[in-house]
Ligand binder design. Sequence first.
Ligand code: H79
Length: 586
Amino acid sequence: MKLSFASLLATAALVTGSTAPLAAEETPEVTETKQQQHDRMEWWHEAKFGMFIHWGIYSVVGGEYKGQKLPNSAEWMMCRGKVPIAEYSKYAEQFNPTKFDADTFVKMAKDAGMKYMVITAKHHDGFAMFDSVWGDYDVVDATPFGRDIMKELSRACNEQGLRFGFYYSQAQDWHHPGGFGNNWDKTIKRVSSDIYVNEKVIPEVKQLLTEYGPISILWWDTPRDMSAEAFENIYSLKSLQPGIITNDRLGKDYPGDHKTFERHIPDRGPVDQAWEVCMPISGSWGYKKGDEDFKSTSKLIRNLADIASKGGNYLLNVSPTGEGVVLPQAVERLKEIGDWMKINGDSIYGTTGSPFKKLDWGRCTKKEYAKGTTLYLHVFDWPENGELLVPGLKNPVKQAYLMADWKPLEFRQEESGTIISLPTDAPDPINSVITVQVSGTLEVEDTGLTQDKDGNLLLLAEDAYIHNNEGSTDAKLQDRGEEPDNIGYWNDKEATVEWDFKITQPGTFNIIAELASEADSRFVITAGESTINGTALSTGSYGTYRKHPVGTIEFPSAGDFTLKIKPDSKAWSPLNLRRVTLVPAK
Ligand code: H79
């Protein structure tokens, strides 16, 4: 849709008022409490599982350019191939997804058990998948398809009862001369990012929030430094859709409603904060020819349980082709997830995070009520001895049963926790859920790490929480079979490793770290009130371990503590860490 310049200005002015900040009485600053925010997001917390869709004119070529397969995610092909704007725009002429049917799409998401959908209205390439007011660089005006895909999906979502939201790349725009990111097309006559924001972002987002029915989510991406005014003007648009939920990627001063983790699941979820993991079902976000990197159904179902057990949401991405269909590999997986959800959905929807720290056999989600709690035990590894230990669970158990058949299970409660007797075979090889109803306020004794009788505390790699910096998946546990496991690939200086434990015999301790490194490395250990600067001299290789005395630490009183190791950003060199031992100082 092409508007006259005058009407374009009028549209922008409607939203921004003027270039001056809005007067206080025009935008009464409503400060929302945490509780109010949580209530506004109730449907989202309840939902847990959504569909992400990356679809654009890049989908036509599936990541290939001039016969070359470009590396990485296919929606980045314009940038990876340094494709000039004039040439890239021509892909629009090939975008004709005649097999697309919005109802089928929405039904597919719904049948998978998903409760919301977020689709790329505009990705970094700048191409609008709706009839943009900004100009003709959109699916209606520039493609033979000529249909407003966003409108069709919005309608179908409404009809079928799925929440609908837009992904919008507000900063990167490789097409507009004021957008961020395009440093390869030398024909661009640069204008300021304020111009880009005022003439494209604001009118388009305003349009998306006013002409497409109820919009539940705005999903920003890849923040860049923009003027304070630009940020404020973009941010204020959310008032056009009451209750809309936004993510944390508009800019650093705009935390939005939830944190986003891309492609990886944090070891533990952020506390007192809503969060979501987005992840492509295969390797690439946008359709990529030859991408066979589909995650198994087992992995996907366990990811969903893992994320729910930590209190987060799962936004799982599919990649329609240029023809407008989702590949059979994805369809099959979504169907299998849906089959699992039909039986076990109650263990996901509306649940909150696990009251247990780590569980050897799987994960736990819960629902708390006035007089009791329902625990959902997600058993990934079915116990061979037919007994499942729920460590530290002290509440009286009212009943326990398998979600698959509702048959009551025998249980007994001992010092170590509650033990549930199970049938020999797992009803589901991926994740069998056991429902346990307990009475009273939840009471779980911490059966986690603690000192042995001599006062030693052993912190093993496999018991650590590895906190990866957002977007990074570097630091991880390496399974070494017969050899002890270690934390490895610790390349990211922002990644930290921590252990929670209980001190029962307070005092002063010598810290000994068993590690291997190719170069000298420095790190910082914090625990309780203490901070210790640690040095690890090179052991010669990543496979040669040595026990390094790191320093001493004091725990003057008994209680729960966390010990955290953080790379010293100025002198860090990656190391492999097997364990940290605290030995009482004589
Ligand atoms: O929309 C999806 C990605 O395209 C987008 N966010 C998700 C939801 C995203 N944009 N940037 N990034 C994620 C992170 C940047 C990754 C990069 Fe690269 C590494 C940019 C250049 C090197 C990915 C890999 C793109 C090209 C290679």
